[in-house]
Design a protein around this ligand. Sequence first.
Ligand code: C2E
Ligand code: MG
Ligand code: MG
Ligand code: MG
Length: 285
Amino acid sequence: YADTAMYQAKTSGRNTIRFYDASMQLAIDTRAELEDEMRLALKNQQFCLYYQIQVDNLRHSIGAEVLLRWQHPEHGLISPAQFIPLAEETGLIIPIGKCVLQIACTQLAAWQNDALTRDLTLAVNVSAKQFHEVDFVNQMQQVLLESGANPSLLKLELTESTMLENIEETIAKMREIEMLGVSFSMDDFGTGYSSLQYLKRLPLSQIKIDQSFIRDIVSDANDASIVQTIIAMTETLGLNVIAEGVENEEQCQFLELRGCHAFQGYLFSKPVPLDEFMIFLNNRS
Ligand code: C2E
Ligand code: MG
Ligand code: MG
Ligand code: MG
């Protein structure tokens, strides 16, 4: 993303997001423009959360992941891939991430009053910048206190690269957060560089197999054996494993046969707004 800037084309009408190379003259203006728009979005509460179900091998709902969306008044729904890189770069991910944690924890607390949602875990993506903030542990403590969420139902999703950035500090911080009752899932597993050595040391409860390995798992022997190796490794390390990007029955059965019993993907549901998520849960039960 380093040399690509997002540009919301004003001239070509609504719902248009364009990417321009940073070498283009327009880029600087438009990056600044996007930054301004993001600040406004925070102020005007244009960021919202979508929920995607996670299921076990009996297809029972076990949890959800919250996924950020930007509901822009002119450009419509903007996906996180289009603004998180710049939010990271500018540091705006910090207030945005705080906002996500607050909404997610408040929701998690509200779910505790409903039999349908009481046992669901909620996974929240945390960016490197946010996690490595000096007072992130305090922030977590604060948001748990204020929301009244049950920490044992909260999962923080970090990527390998986030965790490997200053590994000693990361481990210490994860341990402190773990003491609050919160658990960790390693997102996009397999796309980074973690060694078994690190995996053994990190206080993780779950590994999420990246969707890039799931896509062709049935037809691509390499992907199949990578996934099999990951599953075997999680068994050795005593970690839970979940597959993301499960889109069809064949992939799901393939995974299940090889010992993966938790799934997330379009096969079950796309990420949806909260009201739709609640309807979906009601219909499933
Ligand atoms: P992620 O955490 O790995 O989330 C999984 C992505 O895969 C989501 O994209 C989800 O909509 C998509 N997905 C789920 N099931 C399927 C499937 O069956 N097939 C396919 N092709 N895709 C599927 P999304 O929502 O666009 O989010 C993209 C990334 O943006 C996330 O990847 C995460 O890294 C980041 N992100 C999302 N929300 C947040 C947030 O609140 N904070 C931070 N820091 N990052 C976030
Ligand atoms: Mg995630
Ligand atoms: Mg992922
Ligand atoms: Mg991802």
